[in-house]
Design a protein around this ligand. Structure first.
Ligand code: LLP
Length: 437
């Protein structure tokens, strides 16, 4: 997919770069991002929305992969940006991302984070709870500002997804519940707070969704709520934000719909519910993360040791693992992979790919068909662009890998590999523990 192919040497090539060359130049493990594919995914969303004729904003959910170069790409592609912490906000601002196109999420924004966002003049706060409504109103007043908000509501729609990553059902830490009247009360409260300007509501029904039904139901619930608010409080929302969650293909059997199908279904549902209720068409915002950057990422590892337990299993171990990709350990996520330096060899061996962390659960792939593997071979694991670098850790004091963007035969480092000095950079030894000379 994307610009990946096997070249005449039998090597995997991405963005016109032979990955064996990338391994030599940048070392492994290495995250490789196919820049053209990121741009293509972004354009699929933008084009699909343009075709609906609805006013819209596509905000990239930066939690999926947030580094300064990515923020630049997102701006160039005309998208907005969703951040959920001071760190993501800082990254975006330092990259020169226009503040007015930044939306700030989160269920426990600290006063310091809100201050930072107010000072930067971001476009919108997605308010999650009553504490935040009052805190934001007070801090905005201190700044002499009236700020745009959406209220995050929990519509009670449960999309097809893995339990750990669903956020739309009623028993959730996020948002104001629609079912029990809390959401109504929240809007009523917000409308009474002078330093907040309510643009509308937000809902996010889950992640890695393969069907349109969940989005359709969410649109119905959310726009039903908008109509209710108009009728009872005489206030008309201008924005409906439907969150992210558009699925991608990690392995055979994952069957995401083309982006245009989700967007069209959302647009149709919005039009028909609004027409029925004689409600002015709102602006539609969405927040895709995984579907923008997920399949553009590949992680390149060097194979080290192996362990054959005859009749049971053959393990091969790579030079990374749960520190650069915790998703298999956290969610039992599945990935596909090839030997990047011998991509044409027959995959007639069955192996399981282990990481190098001191933990039995540190497995990347169970039961993978590969050519007979030797130490020094390069393993390329696909679809690691989203929630991999973003969720990487220094467990076992392993240094986080480098990230390169590849395009038209050119590879640019966008995150340097961590150094040993980065590892101990924040460590301090109290005087009484210092080694005496
Ligand atoms: N908007 C909101 C409010 C969200 O909570 C999320 C994801 C998104 C947008 C973007 O969703 P996406 O389009 O990427 O599915 N770490 C997990 C995923 C957690 C998603 C949390 N919220 C994973 O690795 O699968």
């Amino acid at each position: 997919h994307g610009t990946s192919k096997i070249n005449s040497k039998g090597h995997l090539e991405i963005g016109g770069c032979d990955v064996t060359g990338l391994a030599k130049e940048f070392g492994t493990p290495l995250y490789i991002v196919d820049e053209s594919l990121v741009r293509q995914r972004a354009r699929e969303f933008m084009d699909a929305f343009r075709a609906t004729g609805l006013r819209h904003q596509v905000a990239y959910a930066s939690k999926a992969f947030c580094v300064m170069a990515m923020c630049r790409l997102v701006e160039e592609e005309g998208m907005s940006l969703d951040v959920v912490s001071d760190g993501e906000l800082y990254t975006a601002l330092q990259a020169g991302f226009p503040a007015e196109r930044i939306h700030f999420h989160g269920n426990n924004k600290t006063p310091e984070e809100i201050e930072m966002a107010l000072e930067a003049g971001i476009g919108c706060f997605v308010v999650d709870n009553f504490n935040e409504l009052h805190l934001l109103n007070a801090l905005a007043a201190d700044h002499g500002k009236r700020v745009n908000i959406l209220l995050r509501i929990t519509p009670g729609v449960e999309a097809h997804t893995h339990d750990y990553i669903s956020t739309g059902q009623q028993d959730s830490k996020f948002g104001f519940d629609l079912g029990n009247g809390t959401a109504f009360q929240a809007i009523e409260t917000a409308l009474g707070l002078p330093n907040l300007k309510v643009l509308g509501v937000h809902s996010h029904i889950g992640s890695q969704i393969f069907e349109v039904e969940g989005f359709r139901m969410a649109v119905e619930k959310v726009s039903g709520f908008a109509v209710d608010i108009r009728d009872k409080l005489n206030y008309t929302f201008t924005v409906l934000n439907l969150g992210g969650g558009f699925g991608i293909r990690y392995v055979e059997g994952d069957q995401p719909l083309p982006v245009g199908v989700y967007v069209q279904a959302i647009a149709d549902a919005v039009r028909s519910t609004c027409e029925n209720a004689n409600f002015p068409l709102p602006e539609i915002w969405i927040e895709p993360g995984r579907s923008i950057v997920g399949d553009a990422g590949t992680t390149l590892y060097t194979v080290g040791t192996s362990k054959d337990i005859p009749g049971v299993r053959k393990y091969i171990a790579v030079d990374g693992g749960m520190t650069d990709n915790p998703r298999p350990a956290l969610y039992e996520s599945k990935y596909e992979a090839v030997l990047a330096n011998r991509a044409n060899d027959r995959p007639d061996d069955l192996v399981s790919v282990a990481g190098k962390c001191c933990e039995s659960g540190d497995m990347l792939i169970w039961d993978l068909n590969l050519p007979a593997v030797q130490s020094g071979d390069l393993l390329a694991v696909f679809c690691t662009g989203a929630y991999n670098y973003a969720m990487a850790s220094n467990y076992n004091r392993i240094r986080r890998p480098a990230v390169v963007f590849v395009k038209d035969g050119q590879a640019d480092l966008v995150v340097a590999r961590e150094t040993y000095d980065n590892i101990i950079g924040n460590d301090l030894i109290p005087q009484r523990l210092r080694k005496q000379a």
